[in-house]
Design a protein around this ligand. Sequence first.
Ligand SMILES: Cc1ncc(COP(=O)(O)O)c(C=O)c1O
Length: 368
Amino acid sequence: MKVPKWPIADGRELELLGEVLASDRWGGYHPFVGQLEQSFAELSRCRHGLAAVNGTVTLEMALEALGIGPGDEVIVPAISFVSTATAVSRVGAIPVFVDIEGDTFNIDPERVRAAISPRVKAVIAVHFGGPMADMTRLAEIARDHDLYLLEDAAHAAGSEWDGSRAGSIGVAGSFSFQNSKVITAGEGGMLTTNNDSVSASARSILDQGRKPNEGWFFHYELGTNYRMTGLQAAVLIAQLERLPHQNAIRARNADVVRRALADLPCLRFQHVPRAASVHTNYLLLGRIPNRDRFHREVTSRGVPCTPFYPHPLYGNPLYQRGGCRVEPCPVSEQCVRDAFWLPHRVLLGSEQDTADLIEVLRGAATAA
Ligand SMILES: Cc1ncc(COP(=O)(O)O)c(C=O)c1O
């Protein structure tokens, strides 16, 4: 099958990059950075957007801005990219790994409730693959126990839960624009929040401890330089313009694929709750008993497929040495053995490409 390329760019990126290159501000003070922040805040229906170099430091900024540090614990799902946990470790706090739900692949709110200790200060919900985690139940638990609820929305630019956008429900949302994400500048990140003091504090952290409208050489906090460049912002403005259309194409094609393969009882795609029905389709996720054989069959037919993570996050050598708390995670352990994902570019093709994809998945599932 013809697999669409990703990332993609056209004359719009070149035009905007040209504007930055012709200017005398290629760095974080080019007006495109502020423009992107405003557009992304609008997409996320948040008061503030803070652009940064990637979606790992945006998580760290959020935790630091909330005052989370040594002596604190933060609950995270056992299944995510490593940044969700390392951001917690890097501010000096302890990640507490809890299990996911076997159908949505998102953090299990009941497991979150069971893991709460007096030291837990926050929960990070990851919207894995695009559909948002159950923010209704998570927000309720956070409220009951006086915890901060943060969103790792790296996969979820424009996703919704019950009509609210990713990044707008928790105290802050963290997005990634790394190469594989649904909008990308190769690298990049964005923090969204409706909380003015989190925004002011995170802004100061990412810009060398400065305060707005104070002198360049006046530093009020222990900050650093996490500023996104004008060159990244130029590319991302163009990418963001295309996002609604691409989200719609992926949604349409994902629906066609899921319906066409619904008769295969062995192949279970990610369950998308009704409240999460608007989402990015960043990953086409599923589970199948003979996963390794299925993975070999799919890739041998020229379609990219990843056999899930090799272990839950606590299986990484880093966390095998300690520095974390691990709750029982039988579902995560099982997903490591039987889950897979295909990247979103397979959902960006024509009707014929989608028909070919269905054929490949059916053939691979049958052979497995
Ligand atoms: C769930 C999740 N969180 C955080 C990140 C980190 O983002 P970045 O690579 O932009 O640092 C990623 C991805 O790369 C991710 O998938």
